[in-house]
Design a protein around this ligand. Structure first.
Ligand code: FES
Length: 171
């Protein structure tokens, strides 16, 4: 079972294991803080790298299968790296009736990825959510937490195009 889990966890980059140890050190004394520990690792690396989970399991003497269960139960944890920028498309009822599906279709075509995936260049991760709590602004998209509402498919296309242009200017 553990071997299957180890195989299932993807390794796509070298991680700073000292950073993982620092984070473990902060929470080591508090056994109830496991979720916060994993959240901090997830924030630091933008996902839960296999090496980090193995290190937590080893240092805190916790079965890897337990960590893996937590990582897959909570939607905020990722087992593959997120892009530099996270795009969330609201698919809640209010946004749906105002054309959220067309916005999502536009973004999947423009970025060549499906929801839950990251572009090959590691720049963008596309996610869907059920409600962003600002239904009057639907259809609504957030990019790195910034809200852009009342979107039309053309606007969504420009939004992503603009991000790519901005990125190539800064590189
Ligand atoms: S349904 Fe989209 S913000 Fe509420």
């Amino acid at each position: 079972m553990v071997d299957e889990i180890k195989k299932g966890l993807q390794v796509t980059m070298q991680i700073n294991i000292e950073k993982v140890d620092q984070i473990i050190g902060k929470y080591q004394e508090d056994s109830s803080a496991l979720i916060r520990l994993l959240q901090e690792i997830n924030r630091e690396f933008r996902y839960l790298p296999k090496e980090a989970l193995l290190r937590v399991a080893e240092k805190l003497d916790i079965p890897l299968s337990q960590l893996y269960s937590m990582a897959t139960f909570y939607k905020s944890f990722k087992l593959t790296p997120s892009g530099q920028h996270e795009i969330h498309v609201c698919m809640g009822t209010a946004c749906h009736v105002r054309g959220a599906q067309k916005i999502l279709d536009t973004l999947t075509q423009k970025l060549h990825i499906l929801p839950g995936e990251t572009t090959a260049d590691g720049q963008y991760t596309l996610e869907t959510v059920n409600c962003l709590g600002a239904c009057a602004l639907g259809p609504l998209v957030t990019i790195d937490g910034k809200y852009t509402g009342k979107l039309k498919p053309k606007d969504a296309e420009k939004l992503v195009g603009g991000l790519y242009e901005k990125n190539s200017e800064s590189s």
